[in-house]
Design a protein around this ligand. Structure first.
Ligand SMILES: Cc1ncc(COP(=O)(O)O)c(C=O)c1O
Length: 397
């Protein structure tokens, strides 16, 4: 099969200016990790997010940011966390590793993200944290969800891996919670050469332990030293939050990635705007095709990281649609098997969920190729193929 439009693993093509920044950092960064480019990226990211300086920490990927956020939750035995079942596995398993049990929340069938209602249904007296995932690039209703979590005394973590740059009423996704994570993976609208991530920690006491947690427990001595090499070049200690000792990791992000990340912050709004404008054109051009139900959002609340639709005519038609599109050289995919259906979660005893809307969406979903670098011709071809395939499927019914 000759694939004309692949579901690419790469979201963007870099500009010559961006490539020059990488080359400059390759030549000049010293050290190649944990240096000035890291500090600049973290400062620039905090400015972009309109959050306090010193609250953002670059790490090697979004999963590492989630691992750190899970450590900072300081779960104790019996704690639960609420999380949508319809998400990527890394949203959830770091919290399991720290001993908390997931309670699966359903998603809204139209927006495909959690709401206060679906979260409330999953809350129990054991709930300690709520993880909101801004899936597909759409920002959940954070003002309402944050108010609910405040009222119930729950930690709120935003998985903003897919939704960088989205906002509502001038406030960015990833700035409402106690913590937030971002991913700069190859597939994301902002990617730092394939891997990268950011952790936001609002509480200054939590933020203070992140550098040591991120980097092997390295820290400064708390006494004056006449010789900088004694007793060692630097200290290694156990980061402590409250009275809980936390074990360190090495989750650092290299200087070249950080230099590129800073540069890409200049273009991310444009990338998001271009993707949104294109998504809206595609959705509107299919407005007379009731078989495909998209989530149409014309504001910066959606960055259209992904272009997903529900096949309203059912799963069998969805499968036929995917096959026929593939025969035309367009590789659509199906994403985010509800986590409770994976062997991993079943084996751990979390195979049951009461999430009919998420299940119904997943079973009939189609995710179109939507990397930023698709050409206008590619988009026109995909649109034509979609219309033709729907026409044929209609005639079969
Ligand atoms: C919703 C979501 N959460 C978490 C992650 C993990 O990010 P990373 O791949 O950077 O570890 C991803 C993506 O890959 C994601 O899509």
């Amino acid at each position: 099969m000759d694939i004309k439009i692949n579901f690419s693993g790469r979201s963007v093509r870099y500009t010559e200016e961006e490539i020059a920044v990488v080359v400059e950092a390759m030549r000049n960064a010293d050290p190649l990790t944990q240096g000035r480019y890291l500090r600049e990226f973290e400062r620039g990211f905090a400015r972009y997010q309109r959050v306090a300086e010193g609250s953002c920490f670059a790490v090697m990927n979004g999963s590492a940011a989630l691992e750190l956020s899970a450590q900072l939750c300081r779960f104790v035995s019996g704690d639960e966390f609420v999380i949508p079942a319809h998400t990527f596995t890394a949203s959830a398993y770091p919290y399991l590793k720290k001993g908390a049990a997931p309670v699966w929340a359903d998603v809204d069938p139209r927006t495909r993200v959690v709401t206060t209602k679906t979260i409330e249904r999953a809350l129990t007296p054991k709930t300690k944290a709520v993880v909101v995932v801004h899936l597909y690039g759409y920002m959940a209703d954070m003002p309402e969800i944050a108010a609910l979590c405040r009222e119930r005394g729950l930690l709120l973590i935003e998985d903003t891996a897919q939704a960088i740059g989205t906002e509502t009423d001038g406030k960015k996704a990833g700035s409402f919670g106690n913590m937030a994570i971002f991913s700069f993976h190859s597939h994301k609208n902002l990617t730092t050469l394939g891997e990268g991530g950011m952790l936001y920690v609002r509480d200054p006491a939590g933020a203070a332990v992140v550098p040591a947690l991120r980097h092997n427990g390295h820290c400064a001595y708390d006494f004056e030293r006449p010789d900088y090499w004694k007793p060692a070049m630097g200290n290694v200690d156990i980061p402590v939050l409250g009275d809980l000792p936390l074990m360190p990791n090495n989750y650092c992000l290299g200087e070249v990635e950080c230099a590129l990340g800073s540069k890409l912050l200049e273009r991310i709004d444009l990338i998001n705007d271009e993707k949104r404008e294109r998504a809206l054109r595609f959705i509107d051009a299919l407005a007379d095709c009731p078989e495909l139900e998209f989530h149409r959002v014309a504001s910066r609340r959606h960055n259209y990281h992904l272009l997903a639709a529900r096949m309203t005519t059912g799963r069998e038609m969805r499968d036929r649609f995917l096959r026929a599109m593939f025969e035309k050289g367009v590789k659509c995919v199906v994403q985010y098997l509800p986590l409770n259906r994976y062997d991993f979660y079943k084996r751990l005893g979390y195979g049951h969920a009461n999430c009919p809307d998420g299940d119904a969406f997943f079973d009939c979903m189609v995710s179109f190729p939507f990397q930023h670098w698709l050409s206008e011709d590619d988009m026109a071809y995909m649109l034509g193929a979609t219309r033709e395939v729907l026409q044929v499927l209609r005639s079969l019914r």
